[in-house]
Design a protein around this ligand. Structure first.
Ligand code: NAD
Length: 251
């Protein structure tokens, strides 16, 4: 029970990917989890499942991270229900594949609004409670694209690089309050959507380039986030952990 009674918000956690897997992993370790996402019904159902499966308290709060009122409401609902916030996982993310010459202003702005400004909005909103408590752990999703660059997704790569610099900058500001900010840079992590859209040969070709002999799964990121959220990760801040089967050793 490495997160016993810790109150943790996870954005974008009603889907079938990293967010929901992490929320469930935190609950399994005793956390009180706030599920949030853009779909009211799925958000409610995901938090109900967490309550049923793990016997912990959980609420589901609608939150589009591009909407400041939603973010403020997410924090207010968490404080009203639980009285504190120990962790925030900035998981909500979006990508629109396109070459630079074809990216529209709308596509660029959407990716930045969700991936980096959404992270900023959520961090800014939880910090007053964490500063008052003199503790907190914030884990934000970057990407190997943000460290290495990636064709057909320059806006996404730039936003995810921003998450790294953002976490270091704010981490430096709030370390004196015992608040830690770290990022996780996943490589390709399969989820039902990617399984459907990735041509089999392309996936197999990609996997051959990865040193470790299996594809990445949401639980790999959930376990890393668990460590960073827990007291075991206390002496880490401003770090970006690359969870990619060792892809960075060969690229
Ligand atoms: P996913 O699509 O399963 O999860 C993303 C979630 O974010 C969804 O539940 C979606 O509803 C939610 N979301 C989208 N826009 C939102 C908004 N405006 N406000 C709130 N929620 C919103 O994707 P995933 O693959 O699990 O990715 C999770 C995170 O990890 C993302 O930040 C993604 O960029 C990052 N990441 C994923 C991979 C990968 O290979 N899967 C690799 C690197 C980084």
């Amino acid at each position: 029970m490495r997160l016993q009674d810790k109150v943790i918000i996870v954005t974008g956690s009603a889907g079938a990917g990293i967010g929901q897997t992490s929320a469930r992993r935190f609950a399994e370790e005793g956390a009180k989890v706030v599920v949030s996402d853009t779909h009211q019904k799925r958000t409610k159902e995901a938090s109900e499942m967490i309550r049923d499966d793990f016997g912990v308290e959980s609420i589901g709060v609608l939150c589009d991270v591009t909407n400041q009122e939603h973010v403020d409401n997410l924090v207010a609902a968490t404080l009203e229900k639980f009285g504190r916030i120990d962790g925030l996982m900035n998981n909500a993310g979006i990508n629109v594949l396109n070459e630079c010459v074809d990216i529209t202003d709308e596509q660029w702005d959407l990716v930045f609004d969700v991936c980096i400004k959404g992270t900023f909005r959520c961090v800014r909103a939880v910090l007053p409670a964490m500063i008052k408590q003199e503790s907190g752990s914030i884990v934000s999703l970057s990407s190997t694209a943000g460290l290495e660059g990636a064709p057909n997704q320059c806006h996404y790569a730039a936003a995810k690089a921003g998450v790294v610099a953002f976490s270091k900058s704010v981490g430096n500001e709030v370390a004196k309050h015992g608040i830690r900010l770290n990022a996780i840079a996943p490589g390709l992590i399969m989820n039902p959507f990617l399984e459907r859209i990735y041509p089999k040969e392309q996936l197999e070709g990609y996997l051959e380039t990865i040193p470790l002999p299996r594809k990445g799964e949401p639980k790999d990121i959930a376990n890393t986030a668990l460590f960073l959220m827990s007291d075991e990760g206390y002496y880490l801040t401003g770090q970006t952990l690359c969870v990619s089967g060792g892809s960075w050793m060969v690229s």
